[in-house]
Design a protein around this ligand. Structure first.
Ligand SMILES: Nc1ncnc2c1ncn2[C@@H]1O[C@H](COP(=O)(O)OP(=O)(O)OP(=O)(O)O)[C@@H](O)[C@H]1O
Length: 312
């Protein structure tokens, strides 16, 4: 695909599907990645907002669509009330300057990427967002898929810590090779295992994502060593020494070693640590009064989110 599909469509442009005739008006650009451009659009028939992704490459976007369709079918078959049933809205082509550009329409996820969410809310919110993220991964794994390219940019978080995975371009069937990955979060990069798609591949990436978000500097130092020096021991050393990771230490050691029975167990253990006293311990140093107030408010909000998530 040439630059015509890579350059952004302007606000107000109406994208009409060639085969189904769906009409979507571009509201604004949501983001741009390696595989496509994503717009916020309004469906003209019902004025609902959606996210519309236009692919740069027909093969890449088609494989993403195939995964989303398969997830939808599996969700229907199992009668799951999961999100996948409504995530993919429609698939079509858009004719632009004599070219057919494949696109798909999906649910618009209103949220912040994981990094900005934690920057706004504070590190302890990783407990709740992490639990939601693990539940999303469990759903995928139980349906026979591995997410593969797990990284902070592919995780959008709602104000209460609910999580949506976006970008299904890296999803692979369990047992196949992981088809898309990003160095730091890749088990192979750390010499810690192969790139066969199995649930433990995602547990590993999940752990490096958490380390990246809570202990960026030591991770950066370890990742920029010579490849022959790099190993999972570097990650374990960070996990064991960084105070911000202390609440998650035991869980992360198991994740790096791939030692959960399945992702349901990984979720259960994460849930237990989220509710353990260590993860809720308050900082001890002298803190200005206004900051204590803000901290108390943040703790209350976090408490509410945990309450809602765990369904007490
Ligand atoms: N459903 C959605 N709702 C809201 N925003 C979205 C949605 N899907 C994607 N985005 C935004 O668009 C950006 C690019 O989307 P996406 O990651 O799917 O593209 P990509 O080309 O596959 O990216 P990558 O380079 O990571 O492979 C995302 O970072 C996000 O900000």
């Amino acid at each position: 695909m040439t630059t015509s599909s890579k350059s952004a469509l302007t606000q107000g442009t109406v994208v009409t599907g060639r085969w189904n005739g769906g009409r979507y008006m571009i509201q604004r650009l949501l983001g741009r990645g390696a595989n496509g451009v994503v717009y916020l659009v309004k469906q003209l028939d019902n004025a609902k907002l959606y996210a519309l992704k236009m692919g740069f490459d027909t093969v890449d976007i088609q494989s993403e669509i195939n995964v989303l369709k398969a997830l939808q079918r599996q969700g229907r078959r199992r009668g799951s009330a999961g999100r996948d049933l409504s995530y993919l809205v429609e698939v079509d082509d858009y004719s632009l300057q004599g070219r057919e550009i494949p696109f798909y329409v999906m649910r618009y996820v209103k949220g912040d990427p994981l990094r900005s969410f934690l920057a706004k809310r504070g590190g302890p919110w990783l407990s709740i967002a992490g639990l939601h993220l693990l539940r999303q991964l469990r759903q995928l794994h139980e349906n026979g898929w591995v997410f593969g390219d797990l990284k902070p940019e592919n995780v959008l978080v709602s104000p209460y810590g609910e999580v949506e995975l976006i970008d299904y371009g890296g999803v692979s069937a369990i047992g196949r090779s992981v088809k898309q990955f990003t160095e730091w979060y890749d088990r192979g990069f750390w010499g810690a295992g192969g790139r066969t798609a199995d649930p433990s591949y995602d547990w590993f990436s999940f752990t490096v994502v958490c380390i990246h978000l809570l202990a960026e500097e030591p991770l950066k130092r370890a990742a920029t060593q010579l490849p022959q020096m790099r190993s999972s021991s570097d990650l374990l050393a960070i996990i064991r020494s960084e105070p911000a990771l202390a609440p998650y230490r035991a869980w992360m050691e198991r994740a790096i070693a791939g030692k959960f029975g399945d992702t349901a167990e990984a979720c259960q253990l994460w849930k237990e640590l989220v509710t353990s006293p260590l993860s809720r311990r308050k900082p001890r140093q002298q803190t200005p009064r206004w900051m204590l107030g803000a901290f108390a408010l943040a703790l209350t909000l976090l408490g509410c989110a945990i309450y809602l998530t765990l369904g007490f």
